[in-house]
Design a protein around this ligand. Structure first.
Ligand code: SF4
Ligand code: SF4
Length: 424
């Protein structure tokens, strides 16, 4: 990485501590990603993005801020990127996937809080994440209890805005979410100085629909018998979609898709034919949480799909952009977002239906229900989902694991036994 120290300093970062973080990531990435054989050439772009994750992309954000754009950090796939983009904002998904930030998070939160929440708080209070430091506004949501309390803590350190997400899906809840989107938009326009209009929202919906369509096309390759791309690589691409420049991300991913088409014609596969195909469902995996995918794919399995917020929940379903008025367009946004099936909703049968459908669409052999420690929402929903899968004869195991690699051996043993059973 070139020397970005001056830039980091201007973002009020703790440079010494940040150096420690920068020392760990390259080796970690190289062990997990660069060790893979037979990767598509197009993955070089994503390697580059990660190698410059605290450098070039931050420089782009800093430059955009100098041109009067505003950087808006988000944590959840319910926060509508379309509104941020239409209002001259740049949306960045704030990664909270690193163990590095947990000790700082634990200075503010009880140990028995989910690692995603602890890592998010730790990243901000430690001043070691240039994305957090670049944000002009951070948008939280009232999804789970851990997050709600974390926003109160973060509010003392940054410009927090919280959207009130309903927890049921009745008609009045859709209406409420639509109102919340309007309120968010007017708050945002105070920050950016740009009002939401039919034209800018329409353009923004088209652009973000296009990004989602690109990811949909990418995932089509994971339905094939011969897989031209690993699950690890697909996960990385979806994670990068949360913070990369949208147009460039689409262009690079379309180029990769062309390469994958060629690979398919040439019958290039990154896994042996009898490798068990795995659908992962559960809590999101924020950068650099690549642990489960890495363990699966080095224990004899292949991840073919993720029913998670860093998977299909992020890009399935497009926004209907046919409405003529602002009201119709925001209503279409509310409809699309309320269609996401997160465990923080009740009832949430739609998620089980999605898992069963995706299991079939991706010809999965088995399902891994993944939850982060202390995530009650997903851990409690596990029983209901697993019972439904078992009733359909779909093999499933529940793996609860955090960011630390301490339990890697144990998880690997369980995975190997599961894959053995699937092969049998
Ligand atoms: S799991 Fe739920 S709360 Fe978490 S990012 Fe996804 S939708 Fe949001
Ligand atoms: S993983 Fe669970 S506990 Fe953690 S933020 Fe998401 S829903 Fe909340």
């Amino acid at each position: 990485m070139s020397d970005y120290r001056e830039m980091w300093q201007s973002l009020d970062m703790d440079l010494e501590k940040h150096d420690e973080l920068c020392e760990v990531l390259p080796k970690f990435y190289s062990d997990i990603y660069l060790s893979q054989e037979n990767r598509p050439e197009g993955m070089n772009y994503y390697n580059f993005v990660i190698s410059e994750v605290h450098g070039l992309r931050i420089k782009e954000l800093v430059n955009a801020k100098a041109e009067n754009q505003k950087v808006v950090g988000t944590f959840c796939v319910y926060v509508p990127d379309e509104i941020i983009n239409a209002s001259n904002g740049i949306s960045v998904g704030l990664c909270s996937g690193s163990d590095f930030w947990i000790p700082d998070g634990e200075k503010y939160l009880p140990r028995n809080t989910c690692p995603l929440v602890k890592s998010a708080v730790g990243a901000k209070v430690s001043g070691t994440c240039p994305y957090f430091q670049s944000c002009d506004m951070i948008v939280g949501e009232t999804t789970c209890d851990g997050k709600k309390k974390a926003w109160e803590i973060l509010d003392e350190h940054t410009n927090m805005y919280v959207m009130d997400l309903p927890q049921m899906k009745r008609k009045k809840d859709y209406k409420h979410w639509k109102e919340e989107i309007f309120e968010f938009s007017s708050e945002l326009s105070k920050l950016t100085g740009k009002e939401l209009t039919v034209e800018n929202l329409s353009d923004s919906i088209d652009l973000i629909n296009k990004k989602r369509e690109t990811l949909q096309k990418l995932y089509e390759f994971r339905k094939l018998k011969e897989l031209p791309i690993s699950g690890k690589d697909a996960l990385l691409i979806t994670q990068i979609a949360f913070y990369d420049n949208i147009e460039r991300f689409i262009e690079k991913t379309e180029a990769l898709i062309d390469e994958l088409e060629k690979r398919v014609k040439e019958k290039v596969s990154v896994f042996d034919k009898d490798t068990p195909r795995i659908l992962v469902t559960g809590t999101p995996m924020a950068v650099p949480n690549w642990k489960l995918h890495h363990l699966i794919e080095t224990s004899g399995g292949a991840v073919v799909c993720e029913e998670t917020c860093t998977g299909t929940r992020y890009f399935e379903n497009l926004v209907d952009n046919t409405g003529d008025t602002l009201d119709e367009k925001v209503e279409a946004l509310a409809d699309r977002y309320m269609g996401i099936n997160c465990a923080c909703f009740m009832p949430n049968n739609g998620r089980t239906d999605d898992i069963i459908r995706l299991h079939e669409e991706y010809s999965a052999d088995g399902v891994i229900y993944y939850s982060l420690p202390f995530c009650n929402t997903y851990a409690i929903e596990a029983k209901q989902v697993m019972d439904a899968l078992e009733a359909k004869g779909i093999p499933v195991i529940h793996i609860e694991s955090g960011y630390s690699l301490e339990d890697a051996g144990q998880v690997k043993t369980r995975l190997e036994a599961f894959f053995e059973m699937l092969r049998g």
